[in-house]
Design a protein around this ligand. Sequence first.
Ligand code: NAD
Length: 523
Amino acid sequence: MALAYTGETRQAHEESDVTTQATSAGTTPRRLGHYIGGQRRESTETIERYAPGNGKLAATVSAGDAADVDAAVGVARRAFDDGDWPRSTGFDRAAVLNRVADLIDANADLLARLDAEEGGKPLRLAMGDIGGAAMLTRYAAGLAVQMHGTTYTNHGPDFTGLVIREPAGVAGLITPWNFPALILCQKLPFALAAGCTVVVKPSELTSSSTLEIARLYAEAGLPAGALNVVTGDGRAGQALAEHAGVDVLSFTGSTATGRKILDASKSNLKKLSLELGGKAANIVFADADLDDAAEGVIFGVFFNNGECCVSAARLLVEDTIADEFLDRLGTAARRLKVGQPLDPSTDVGAMIHGAHLGKVLGHIHAGREQGARVVTGGRRAEGPGLDDGFYVEPTILDGVTPDMTAFTEEIFGPVLSVSRFSGPAEAVELANRVEYGLANSVWSKDIDKVLPVAKQLRSGTVWVNTTIDGPPTMPFGGYKASGFGREMGQAGFEEFTELKSVTIRTGRRSGSFPLGAARVVSG
Ligand code: NAD
């Protein structure tokens, strides 16, 4: 069926949501409610979100409960079972997604400001996230057109086998705070491209850009009810994970929460994908281009304040070049500007909240106590404009050994832990010696060395002579405690689909069943 694009859905949502206050993002506190069936809904209980960069109130967020989740899942269920979206053509779905991508580009400045303000990330990087969000949405539009199954006609003239790829149903999406718009778009357009209907539960710390993107979907012509948002904290997430009306759940967040979701999803054995924590390494061999490698290591750990699941928080460096390489890194780290997230010249912004600041500083303290040497940084960053926010100096710890918590635990801040190795075997052994398996990077000019190392690394992603890189065609996900399932690529799309085998016999069936004696002949 064809979806009519009238733009009519815009007004109902626009009047009542983040939109009316959105242009004043960064100055005016926003009041955020749920978005269910195209309507705003509020909870009496609210969560106040203070901007981590300056301590000012950024948003008051409705704290959704099981009843809100139940309402949203009910709407999404009806939209899936009886609505237009799952029955629309791939071309129609692609048209909506392409319009959304254009709208994301057109609203990039606003979306980036919302994420920078609420998440503490530097505005410059937030702009990159929004460009990525638009690219992901365009890529998913192409997948909507390409969605297809397989036909088998090679089992004799009377047999036709259809393997049909169908939308999985109602999709629950739970997202974290560190890339609010980007991670949403690693899931949402893929689910919609497949024909699913959706309930999103964004992080309570960074909900604005999700609601804003929901508005853009309405403006682009997505039927009301195909996309719903319930704001709130882990209680709303838990209710979504438990809900028997959800067919597929895609979660990104910590490994600890991932384990709870695994339990909650048992209610109806829903299809599950878990994108969890990481402790990636940059592995630098002596024969690497050390200029490139140094830039990559600095970017890999300090990108997004180090609050990134694929942050290369460990540097494994070949012992013969370690001292010289570390000197370069120390100089580069000291040049980074720690500053207000909304300042376009900021390299490293604010930690997500005060408790997290305390956790990061605690990890640095523990590293010192356990014998690591602070090469640079190591303290709370202070100075003009920083005193009301949660800032950490870009920090490098040298002499980190596998028994130290700085080697094993996800710090999720601007802290690099450096360990030395001698030869590829030790590099691989050290890289794999953590519970996580999300990503690693290898730096060397010797392909005979790089490729075997890449194959032995137990992580879902390996970058070679680059880091945190690549287009949405490349599937992304974890090994080990970094979770299971994939996002992006064809594999990410297929997470939101089911396969149905339809076996068709034509011609004479009589005599083809093994219990022939029980045959009933009519007439
Ligand atoms: P988190 O696990 O605390 O929260 C993630 C989301 O889950 C939030 O929306 C939260 O409200 C919700 N939630 C909390 N408790 C819940 C429960 N019991 N049931 C259902 N939902 C619940 O994670 P975070 O602090 O927001 O994000 C940081 C973590 O996310 C880090 O560990 C990081 O490595 C990980 N992460 C992973 C990826 C990846 O792709 N693998 C990407 C980004 C972040």
